[in-house]
Design a protein around this ligand. Structure first.
Ligand code: ADP
Ligand code: MG
Length: 699
């Protein structure tokens, strides 16, 4: 049997493969392109394409595709085979440098938020050599960025790469001030991915799961997650075999799948990879979600990535662990051993604090979706208010800087940046506060508001941009101070910034209602509860200026993205509402009617045998079900009316708000009545697998 090191990355055209397959000179030039973002000329591209094709064919590939990440949040691919006809009825397999570097998918049907009128539907995809090509299902996949011919980004990768470049530019300026010349600074990401596994047979009987990814009906089962017996619990054999297969498939694709365990809710699990460079981590997370679904199918299960598949138990999120790293592998959020390293660390830390405080709106927007609205603030995920956890040690240090007070108990002198050494912070302090949206965990930040199904590109575009912008301001100021004044300028800058932005720091319980009041009323933090509340902030003049300054998004791109997000929110709610009405009219009401009729017949039959036979159960249930049936019918009609009203609203932000304020509550009313009917209806009559069937379906 092959060992893991033998097959790890076997489907990836990675560095090792490139080195053995490419002429030395070509390899070197390609490597320079990958590492420094240097331009690759066509003759080199031709050689790379040839080697890639030979390798792909040997590994069973017949097609290639430019694999890209449009605004749908999932990936897109259109497969072309390598075949070229010969003169004699045969074919040869070809793949040119031009085909490798650039593609022209007909992209008129991807969401573009009005960026690209359909009459000029052509966008183009451009190879991202910093993310390796790989083989998936017999197709050579080439990671690409997707733009319009006018140069506007139509995807998530383009702004992500731009944002990484922005961090690189500014972080290098900061490091230079500390005497550190580095080639590149890249951000790193390790996304922890939560998911549910349910039985496929049960899944296929639920229209709501099929159409919307979540259950729109379902009474609470007798057992939920209250015993807390699932978290880190024994992994069931069927799930364990899924996980083993998943690891194998991911490892073949070079994804560093590392940790797997059961999560809090029944049927909920998590996978965490070892962190890597951000754009690769994003590609890998997209692949991970796709492979999870495919492998689940093979095991007769379905992997649910929706943020809230089941009411009453935890939903699923993603934790975006984020840091900055130099090409020498130095983690810039690692405190270090010398006063100088400590000072540099504190400057980066301060930059993140300022960035998060000033751009709460953007961070909130970066995780906003209809699905995630069910989690944020719903007592399981972090609240919708963005705040930052630093832990006691670091908070004490910051307080001592702010107050010029003694931190070190022995020395009894105020903490002086650039002079004193910081104590070591315990690294594994994540469990001490799991309610914080944005937590420092020893040598990285963990952004915990992400939804499980979303691409991690967007939050990282935002994080990179806001940190780059803050670093730029810092670099401007420190460069102007000059080398002699550097230490005192640094101290003043850190101190002033911490004073101005300390209100974002909160080490307490994020679920506490008192905190939300304090955050909003005393600290003036934003509480953007829902997606329609958050989205209008995206295209504010400040935000447009920020993105343009950092060259990440243009005004037009921001407008189009806002429109796509609003549009998506409305569409998701519309589909959910229509699915509910459909389920009610086609399945739920007929089931209730059938069972009511059975009860009525039963009563009648009993009475014909013996007129005084007690029929308490039958009559009471019949009464209750008849009342509920009317309520369901009425609520369904009301919901349909609201849907029609929503359709009549032309302006997207207003329509989104209408869905949230009017359609969503109508959906909840309908659900409540239907769920009550479910608890009274005999199992054989109920048309769908219940929560018990779904959540405890894997044995
Ligand atoms: P925990 O499980 O307590 O949250 P771990 O140390 O297991 O913490 O890390 C969780 C995730 O954070 C993993 O994906 C890990 O690879 C990632 N991670 C660790 N260091 C970094 C870093 N410097 N940059 C980005 N992610 C990191
Ligand atoms: Mg974690």
């Amino acid at each position: 049997m092959e060992t893991v090191p033998e097959y790890f990355g076997s489907l990836v055209f990675n560095d090792a493969t490139m080195r053995t397959r490419l002429p030395k000179d070509t390899y070197k030039k390609l490597k320079r392109t990958i590492e420094d973002g240097k331009h690759l000329d066509l003759s080199i591209a031709n050689e790379v394409a040839h080697a890639m094709k030979e390798w792909a064919i040997e590994n069973g590939a017949t097609h290639f595709t430019h694999w890209f990440q449009p605004m749908t949040g999932i990936t897109a691919e259109k497969h072309d085979s390598f075949i070229t006809p010969g003169d004699d009825g045969t074919v040869i397999m070809t793949f040119s440098g031009k085909e490798l570097i650039q593609g022209e998918p007909d992209a008129s049907s991807f969401p573009s938020g009005g960026l690209r009128a359909t009459f000029e539907a052509r966008g183009y995809t451009a190879w991202d050599p910093s993310s390796y090509a790989f083989i998936k299902d017999g197709t050579l996949c080439i990671p690409t960025a997707f733009c319009s011919y006018g140069g506007e980004a139509l995807d998530k990768k383009t702004p992500l790469l731009r944002s990484m470049e922005a961090v690189n530019r500014q972080a290098k300026r900061i490091l230079r001030l500390f005497g550190n010349e580095v080639k590149t600074v890249k951000t790193t990401v390790g996304p922890e991915q939560e998911y549910f596994l349910i039985d496929r047979e049960a899944y296929l009987k639920r229209k709501d799961l099929i159409f919307t990814g979540r259950t729109l009906f379902g009474a609470k089962p007798p057992k939920g997650q209250e015993l807390e017996d699932h978290y880190y619990g024994m992994i069931k054999p069927r799930v364990a075999s899924f996980m083993a297969d998943l690891d194998r498939e991911l490892w073949k694709l070079g994804v560093l799948s590392k940790t797997k365990h059961n999560e809090v809710a029944p049927a909920q699990h998590e996978m965490a990879p070892i962190f890597t460079t951000t754009n690769i981590a994003v590609d890998h997370n997209q692949l991970t979600m796709e492979i999870m679904k495919k492998v689940a199918e093979k095991h007769g299960m379905v992997c649910l990535l929706h943020e809230k598949p089941f009411e009453g138990v935890n939903g699923s999120g993603k934790h975006n662990n984020w840091s900055l790293s130099t090409d020498a592998g130095v983690n810039l959020l690692e405190p270090g051993d010398t006063p100088y390293e400590n000072a540099q660390f504190l400057l980066f830390l301060t930059a993140v604090i300022k960035a998060v405080h000033e751009h709460q709106d953007l961070l909130r927007i970066s995780v906003a979706s209809a699905g995630n609205d069910h989690r944020l603030g719903a007592n399981e995920a972090p609240p919708a208010v963005v705040s930052m956890f630093l832990g006691d040690e670091l908070t004490e240090i910051i307080d001592s800087i702010i107050n010029d007070a003694a931190y070190d108990q022995k020395e009894r002198v105020p903490m002086k940046i650039g002079v004193h050494i910081l104590p070591r912070f315990p690294k594994d302090n994540t469990d001490r506060n799991r309610t914080s949206p944005f937590a420092f965990t020893g040598n990285k930040f963990e952004f915990r508001m992400l939804g499980s199904s979303a691409s991690v590109a967007t939050p990282n575009i935002i994080l990179n941009t806001i940190v780059a912008d803050t670093l730029e301001g810092f670099a401007d100021r420190l460069e102007a101070a000059g080398p002699e004044e550097f230490n005192s300028a640094l101290h003043d800058l850190i101190k002033e910034t911490l004073i101005a932005h300390k209100d974002i720091i909160f080490n307490g319980n994020g679920y506490d209602g008192e905190w939300i009041r304090e955050a909003v009323e005393r600290r003036g933090l934003l509480n953007l509860v829902s997606t329609p509340d958050a989205l209008p902030y995206f295209a504010s003049e400040e935000n447009i200026a920020l993105f343009e300054r950092q060259r990440v998004l243009t005004r037009t791109e921001i407008r189009s993205r806002t429109e796509i997000l609003f549009d998506n929110y409305c569409k998701v709610l519309n589909i959910e509402a229509l699915t509910m009405a459909d389920m009610v009219k086609k399945d739920i009401l007929p089931a209730v009617a059938a069972y009511s009729a059975a009860l009525a017949n039963g009563i009648a039959e009993k009475k014909t045998v013996l007129a005084d036979l007690p029929c308490d159960y039958e009559t009471q249930t019949l009464r209750q079900l008849s009342a509920l049936s009317s309520e369901i019918w009425e609520s369904c009609g009301a919901l349909e009316k609201k849907i029609a009203e929503a359709h009549a609203i032309a302006e997207l932000p207003r329509q989104a708000t209408y869905y949230k304020d009017t359609v969503l509550p109508a959906m909840q009313r309908l659900r409540a009545a239907a769920d009550a009917a479910e608890t009274l209806t005999a199992k054989d009559f109920w048309p769908y697998p219940t929560y018990s069937d779904l959540l405890f379906s894997i044995l």
